[in-house]
Design a protein around this ligand. Structure first.
Ligand SMILES: *Cc1c(COP(=O)(O)O)cnc(C)c1O
Length: 389
């Protein structure tokens, strides 16, 4: 059994992929070829966002809006500690101080009530209101932006987060690296009303290319223009008329071609993911010693991962038993961000983010992809039952 079976998907669309790649080889426009515009247009109509700017990775998709907003040293940027490193890495790379906001233990997404507290704590430089990094006590930081993460494919609580952001004049950047294709209250992820959204097309994400790729989404004309400039070395009228510092962050034409072929089956795959998740709930739900993931009312998860929570202390033996039965597992994430060596200088105690710490110790990701059948899910459930008994 495979953890993610990309070969099954490729077999289904190989002919379309070959045709799309051949078209690029024939026209030879490897950089910013016609497939880029075609894909950006398609992504706008798919999500409902006004602008889409494709780019080289999800990491660049997070970095560019932060650059456009002028995020810098002395700024406070809020994000959950239970995420992939890039969410905190990019604002830190620009010199801003990451301020961690603990997660909801059920959805694994940022808790809006704690965001409110964290903002107040930064404003008053008072760590008794909410745990803060040392840097926030040494000098006043300016709250500038929040990066909620749609972990494992489920959107964060943007209604509550947007209300807090409006009160405190924060920019909201949705980290939708894992949630492209999902929706919340009828609106597609990446078009949930945030100032900008960033997604990733890393091969293992819900929509993956055959290399690195990403995209920024926004309804803001001015931001879209800035990100388009930053994507190509801060270009002005043309690429030798540089008006600001930027990056080389373009998506390859070949990757756009592959994504265009994959988009033909993507909605179908999102449907298939709902079915696989439903089978897992059916066979694992109610099993003593584990908790299956839940999706909030009105949300459709893109199911980037299917992660269960186990009782304290039994993860190692469960994973070992599953492995012995031919069932691969993974851990997302073994260390929350506030416990990483790179952020040791922030001075966070591990227990200061107790829900993130607890999740990192007891979470387990099971095999999951749209081509999994009911028998495979039953096989995982059978092995799980044995492991827990
Ligand atoms: C994958 C991921 C990223 C980074 O995307 P890349 O395309 O690998 O650069 C950022 N945030 C989250 C939550 C991710 O899962």
């Amino acid at each position: 059994m495979q953890f993610i079976d990309l070969a099954a998907q490729q077999a289904r669309i190989r002919q379309n992929i070959d045709t799309r790649i051949k078209a690029v080889l024939d026209h030879g426009k490897y950089i910013m070829g016609p497939e880029i515009k075609e894909l950006e247009k398609l992504f706008c109509s798919f999500t409902g966002a006004k602008h889409c700017i494709t780019c080289a990775s999800g990491t660049d998709a997070l970095l560019m809006p932060l650059m456009a907003w002028g995020i810098k040293e002395g700024d406070a940027v809020f994000m959950p500690p239970f995420t992939f490193f890039a969410t905190a890495e990019e604002p830190a790379l620009l010199g801003a101080t990451p301020i961690f906001v603990d997660i909801d233990p059920v959805t694994f997404n940022m808790r809006p009530d704690l965001l409110e507290k964290a903002v107040e704590a930064v404003q008053k430089q008072d760590a008794s209101i909410y745990p803060l990094p040392k840097a926030a006590l040494e000098r006043p930081l300016k709250p500038r932006a929040v990066i909620p993460v749609d972990l494992f494919g489920q959107a964060a609580d943007y209604e509550a987060i947007a209300a807090i952001a409006r009160r405190h004049d924060l920019m909201v950047l949705e980290d939708a690296a894992q949630s492209f294709g999902g929706s919340r209250h009828g609106k597609k992820n990446c078009a949930l009303g945030c100032h900008a959204a960033a997604t990733s097309f890393f091969p293992a994400k819900p929509l993956g290319c055959y290399g690195d790729g990403g995209a920024v989404f926004t309804d803001d004309d001015n931001l879209a223009e800035l990100v388009r400039s930053i994507r190509i070395h801060g270009k002005g009228q043309d690429k030798y008329d540089n008006v600001r510092l930027g990056l080389n962050a373009r998506l390859d034409t070949l990757q756009a071609a592959i994504l265009l072929a994959k988009m033909e089956i993507f909605s179908d795959e999102i449907e298939a993911r709902q079915q696989v998740a439903a089978w897992y709930s059916k066979y694992l739900g109610g099993m003593p010693g584990l908790t299956v993931p839940t999706v909030e009312e009105g949300c459709v998860s893109a199911w980037a991962q299917y992660c269960i929570m186990l009782s304290e202390g039994c993860r190692e033996s469960v994973a070992a038993h599953l492995k012995q039965k031919g069932v691969p597992t993974n851990i997302y994430y073994p260390k929350p961000q506030h416990c990483l060596a790179v952020f040791a200088h922030l001075g966070y105690a591990p227990e200061s983010m107790s829900a993130a710490l607890h999740a990192s110790r007891n979470i387990l990701a099971l095999p999951f992809h749209p081509y999994m059948d009911e028998a495979a899910v039953q096989q995982v459930a059978q092995a799980m039952g044995e492991a827990l008994s």
